[in-house]
Design a protein around this ligand. Structure first.
Ligand code: CA
Length: 237
C-alpha cells in the first residue's frame, strides 16, 4: 500500500487514480494528522509496521512535509519506509534539504503522471532488491576496483593485502557497497548503519568515513563526498 499525503484534492485524486490504474494500491490523506493516524491504526490492527512507500507533498496545512519526513526517519518503526517528496519548489536548496532529511527521491510539480509511476515503481524495485540482497547469500561478496569484501569471513583486502577494519567501519563499508553510487546523507547513514538517529551525532559518520578512507587509500578514492548531501561509494565521480 502506498500512502499519499497531498492537501490539494484535485492533485490527490489524480495521483491516486493514476497509481491505482497502474496496479499500485494507494490511499490518500489531506494532511499529516490523517496520515499518522492511519499509520498507527495499520500498525495496531494489522500488525504491519509500514506502507510500502510514502509520497509526501512538502507544503501542507499543519505539519509540513519536511517535518513529517523527519519524524518518519527518526521513528523506530517507520524509519526505513521509502519516501518520494512532491513539491512545487524546485530550487537546489530544497532538493538538498529534502535529500538530507532522508527522502529517497524528489519530484517537482507539476509532475507528469507517467514519471510519477515510473519513479514510484523504480523506488519500489530498489527497496525490494535491498530486502532481497539482505537474504541472498550470493550478495555476500563485493569487489570494487582493487577492493574485495567477503562478508561472512569479515575480510577486506586491497590488491590481496588484508585491511583491518573496526566493526562499524566494516558495516559502513558493506552498506555503501550494497548501494554503489547512491548518495546517502549523514543522517541516513547513521540511521541505517548505526540504527538510530540523533541529529547531533552525525559527526560519528564523518569520523568513520575518514578512518575508512585512510585504511582503503591503496584502493584509490572509492568513498566519495558529495558536497552538501553526503557520501557514496563508487569508482565514478
Ligand atoms: Ca500542498
Amino acid at each position: 500500500m502506498i500512502y499519499l499525503v497531498e492537501d490539494e484534492t484535485a492533485i490527490r485524486e489524480l495521483i491516486l487514480y493514476t497509481l491505482n490504474g497502474a496496479g499500485l494500491q494507494a490511499t490518500g490523506f489531506g494532511d499529516g494528522k490523517g496520515f499518522w493516524q492511519a499509520l498507527r491504526e495499520r500498525d495496531e490492527k494489522e500488525h504491519k509496521t509500514e506502507p510500502a512507500l510514502v509520497i509526501l507533498d512538502l507544503m501542507l496545512p499543519g505539519e509540513d512535509g519536511l517535518a513529517i519526513l523527519k519524524r518518519l526517519r527518526s521513528s523506530k518503526k517507520f524509519s526505513s519506509i521509502p519516501v518520494i517528496l512532491l513539491t512545487a519548489k524546485g530550487t537546489e536548496y530544497d532538493k538538498v534539504l529534502g535529500l538530507n532529511s532522508g527522502a529517497d527521491d524528489y519530484l517537482v510539480k507539476p509532475v507528469g503522471m507517467m514519471e510519477l509511476v515510473a519513479r514510484t515503481k523504480a523506488l519500489l524495485r530498489r527497496t525490494a532488491q535491498d530486502k532481497g540482497e539482505k537474504e541472498d547469500k550470493g550478495a555476500e561478496h563485493f569487489s570494487l576496483g582493487a577492493l574485495r569484501v567477503d562478508i561472512p569471513a569479515h575480510k577486506v583486502t586491497v590488491d590481496g593485502a588484508e585491511i583491518s577494519l573496526t566493526l562499524k567501519e566494516f558495516d559502513l563499508l558493506v552498506f555503501l557497497l550494497r548501494h554503489e553510487d547512491i548518495v546517502f546523507s549523514r543522517e541516513r547513514l547513521l540511521n541505517q548503519v548505526w540504527g538510530f538517529s540523533y541529529a547531533g551525532e552525525t559527526r560519528t559518520v564523518d569520523t568513520h568515513i575518514r578512518t575508512l578512507r585512510g585504511k582503503l587509500l591503496s584502493a584509490g578514492s572509492l568513498v566519495k563526498t558529495v558536497r552538501g548531501i553526503g557520501y557514496k561509494i563508487g569508482e565514478t565521480t
